[in-house]
Design a protein around this ligand. Structure first.
Ligand code: ACM
Length: 199
């Protein structure tokens, strides 16, 4: 399979610019085939460094509808591929730091980050369900988000449920994640892909 990690510099609270930048990087060059899977950073549609709750409220989207889903599921449909992207999710009065997995047929699953980091706890509720494992045409993938790396049980739980590749949208803060993800791969005998933001 061909995996593309779209490490870009999200602009805070500028969803339109972030989607445009991502789709620009994702667009296959003339004569090139698209990747099978595109992985984007944590909270890439909004940026990460929120100061006020109203900022989160202003850029959050429902998992199953909204401009980000339209744009990225549209890309997945046109290019017959899969995309994992981080976004602020709104569900009723609650907000989650979430990642959607979309494919040619639209939304496949949403993962709500279980282990919130630092100031994220001011703005988001922790996830309320296990991290998902999804069977894709070329293998089983497990979703996690950034600071989830700190807790070996999460990767182990994904591996025990059959995940062969961990997909981790990230906005790295602590220094040890890249090394720790190699450890998570070795201790579970699986692959992992981390997509950090830039800048
Ligand atoms: C983090 O979980 N974004 C550090």
């Amino acid at each position: 399979m061909k995996l593309a990690l779209i490490q870009l510099a999200p602009r805070l609270l500028d969803r339109a610019a972030n989607l445009e930048a991502a789709l620009g990087w994702m667009q296959p060059a003339a004569g090139q085939s698209p990747a099978d899977l595109y992985l984007l950073p944590e909270l890439f549609t909004s940026g990460y460094t929120f100061v006020r709750q109203e900022e989160v409220a202003g850029c959050a989207e429902a998992a199953g509808s909204g401009p980000s889903l339209d744009a990225l599921a549209g890309f997945a449909r046109r290019h017959h591929c899969h995309v994992v992207y981080g976004f602020p999710e709104r569900d009723g009065s609650k907000f989650y730091n979430s990642a959607n997995l979309v494919g040619p047929g639209g939304l496949i699953t949403t993962y709500r980050k279980l282990h919130l980091f630092g100031r994220e706890k001011l703005f988001f509720s922790p996830g309320d369900a296990a991290a998902p494992v999804v069977d894709l045409p070329w293998g089983k993938v497990g979703l996690m988000i950034c600071f989830d790396w700190y807790f070996p049980e999460l990767a182990r739980s994904l591996a025990l449920r059959g995940a062969e590749l961990l997909l981790q949208p990230a906005n790295l803060v602590l220094p040890h994640c890249p090394q720790a993800m190699i450890t998570r791969s070795l201790e579970n005998r699986i692959f992992s892909a981390t997509c950090d933001r830039v800048g």
